[in-house]
Design a protein around this ligand. Structure first.
Ligand SMILES: [Zn+2]
Length: 658
């Protein structure tokens, strides 16, 4: 795979983008715990933290779902980016300039390889959106007499707010945006990729502006780049869609975007909750009222992906849906996603108004903020809703209502919380707790727990398994842990292992590169650059991360066991002052060294056995195709005998002493 970012730039990014800093910006709950940092995993749902970040190795690893890697991998996973985009994203964030290369200049998609979005395209598409957003904003300001401006005024949004949310107007034209983008140096393929144009013919030769004569809301991604638009019709009774949105594009995935999250991301942990609005205008109304922890799902329905994103910030969701039947339905749909993920759910009610926007315009900011502040607990809401449909004076009516509410309670992931609510419900309905529990028990047994628990993102098809040499892989993995920990063994192995003996598994390739590094005096920096280059290829690096983690743990244990009086004052001179310090579970230097030597010998013996067996099989295969009277045949037989002898000698050469 082509590499578009020079290695030295990658090194710079790795140095500047400290993994703790980067992870914390997405996972504010990340806390120091001894030598590593811990949090609940942002990639899978869990109650107790098994996600760790190691600042020394600059790697993260989750012991729950197995995801792991370096800072690039973290951004790739979280932002759903390919390697180059993730690197670019970090470069942007940390102010590192990636030099222009011929492949980048012009920004047009290069057709050199399939489906891969070329480095720079993503950046170009974001820039295109940002320029267009400014263009639409200017157009709104400069055309106060136009139909969009007239409609916009009816919304009563003050100018500073419109500035912040960059609300604009698209001209009533088929090509105003195209003309503008061309003038800014963008080419048609970029306009097509970005989704800002439409086309009627199949090969998209004739394109026209997708957004015409509409009120424009730019959509930011989590890290504050504009990646799409939501465009509202200004006609009272629009013939087409009321809203036209950017279609999914390389930078726009509507199921994963939350409107205003870029503005709300610091306010959410502070407020200890996120307010989930129905649409952009409600979210804007909330922010106007000082409720700056409000967001809105993009497009129509709230998704489990979006809930998983929010879970990184908070465990309390305040649903601010419209005060009508559709709004009530939305509350239950959202709750079905949120409750199994461990969210504490509340519901905002708007007395005397239909939604947030109307509450703000009718009663003012304090009233809206107050409505959020006094949001009802979801189960109270569910009970009210159920009671409104039955006759609460009869036992049958109350039982039906209880049944309804219990349906939701069993979706709570936490047993203690469930018990709490059963008790609450029993008191509310004045029925024995045991009867509530009996219904709940049945519900649970029926498997009524909602399938929304399952929010694994990576459920995609796995590549077909290929035959693996597990004996070799296990030995290589053990060796990798050892040579990550001890340079001396890396150098030794580099001398003794033939090329290609480590196989092409990820640990094998990592070990190979590490041996190379040890020979070139780059043993220290080799692991991080190997990790990065494997990630760049899209390889599964979990085994490498696991090995790095084991080696780091081993090292930490050794540090802890070492006699403090012999500890060098300056950590950086450690290597020079203490040659080959013992580092194994035992504190005793002799048994430590023995443990290492044994590990090394065992690994080499197994790796070389596999290697020679392979060599021998190849020679035997070769000999089969040669006539016995051919002189080459005798030579091959001799070689085969030689390999057999080597194989026999291995246990002696690499003795494991017990
Ligand atoms: Zn995980």
């Amino acid at each position: 795979m082509p590499r578009y970012i020079p290695d030295d730039v990658l090194d710079q990014i790795r140095l500047r983008a400290d993994i703790i800093d980067v992870v914390q910006s997405y996972v504010p709950t990340l806390k120091k715990a001894g030598l590593t940092w811990k949090a609940c995993c942002p990639f899978h749902h869990e109650k107790t933290p098994s996600f760790t970040v190691n600042p020394d190795r600059q790697i993260f690893k989750c012991f729950g779902c197995g995801k792991g890697g370096d800072v690039f991998k973290f951004v790739m996973e979280l932002e759903n980016l390919d390697f180059t985009s993730a690197a670019e994203h970090l470069a942007h964030k940390y102010g590192i300039i990636i030099p222009e290369t011929p492949a980048r200049r012009g920004g047009a998609r290069r057709e050199s390889f399939d489906g891969e979005i070329e480095y720079g395209t993503r950046e170009r598409l974001c820039t295109l959106h940002e320029k267009l957003a400014a263009f639409y904003r200017r157009f709104l300001l400069e055309h106060p007499d136009g139909p969009v401006a007239a409609y916009f005024r009816t919304r009563g949004i003050p100018n500073d707010v419109a500035d912040k949310f960059c609300i604009g107007a698209s001209p009533d034209s088929w090509d105003a945006a195209i003309q503008f983008a061309h003038k800014e140096g963008f080419v048609d393929s970029e306009l097509r990729d970005s989704g800002i144009v439409s086309s009627k013919d199949e090969n998209q030769s004739h394109i026209y502006d997708r957004f015409r004569n509409r009120l424009m809301f730019p959509i930011w991604n989590e890290s504050g780049r504009i990646v799409g638009f939501s465009a509202r019709s200004v006609e009272a009774d629009p013939q087409g869609w009321k809203y036209v949105n950017t279609p999914d594009s390389p930078i726009f995935h509507k199921g994963r975007l939350l409107y205003a999250l870029n503005f709300a991301r610091t306010a959410i942990p502070k407020a200890g909750a996120v307010v989930l609005c129905e649409g952009q205008l409600d979210a804007i109304a909330m922010h106007r009222a000082g409720v700056t922890h409000a967001v809105a799902p993009q497009g129509t329905a709230f998704t489990a992906d979006q809930a998983t994103i929010l879970k990184r910030y908070t465990s309390t969701a305040v649903l601010a849906t419209d005060n009508d039947n559709a709004g009530r339905e939305a509350v239950f749909k959202d709750a079905a996603i949120l409750l199994p993920l461990g969210f504490n759910v509340k519901v905002v009610r708007y007395p005397g108004a239909k939604d947030a926007d109307e509450t703000l315009s009718k009663f003012g900011a304090d009233a809206l903020a107050g409505a959020v502040e006094s949001a009802t607990d979801f189960f109270e809401f569910a009970l009210d809703n159920a009671m409104s449909r039955v006759d609460p004076s009869t036992p049958a009516g109350r039982a039906a209502a209880a049944n309804d509410v219990i349906y939701w309670m069993v979706q709570l992931e936490n047993e203690v919380t469930r018990e709490f609510y059963y008790d609450w419900l029993a008191k509310q309905l004045n029925v024995p707790l045991s009867s509530i529990e009996k219904v709940a028990e049945r519900r649970l047994v029926e498997g009524a727990r909602h399938s929304a628990v399952n929010v694994r993102r990576d459920a995609g098809a796995m590549p077909p398994p290929k035959p693996r040499n597990t004996a070799l892989e296990n030995a290589v993995f053990e060796l990798l842990v050892l040579i990550l920990d001890e340079e001396k063994y890396a150098r030794e192995a580099a001398e003794e292992l033939p090329a290609d003996s480590l196989g092409d598994s990820v640990p094998g390739r990592a070990a190979e590169a590490l041996l190379q590094g040890a020979m070139n005096g780059e043993w220290d920096s080799a692991p991080s650059s190997i990790l990065t280059s494997l990630e760049m290829e899209g390889a599964d690096v979990s085994k490498l991360v696991e090995a790095m983690d084991l080696a780091a743990a081993h090292r930490a244990e050794r540090e802890a066991n070492r006699d403090p009086s012999s500890m060098p004052a300056d950590n950086e001179n450690e290597q020079a002052q203490t040659p080959a310090p013992p580092s194994c579970p035992a504190a005793d230097p002799y048994s430590c060294e023995k443990y290492f030597r044994n590990t090394y010998n065992s690994c080499l013996q197994r790796i070389l056995t596999e290697f020679y067996k392979g060599e021998r099989a190849a020679k035997i295969e070769q000999a089969r195709s040669v006539q016995p009277d051919d002189p080459a045949y005798a030579a091959l037989v001799k070689e085969i005998a030689g390999i057999s002898k080597l194989l026999l000698d291995l246990p002696k050469k690499y003795k494991v002493v017990i």
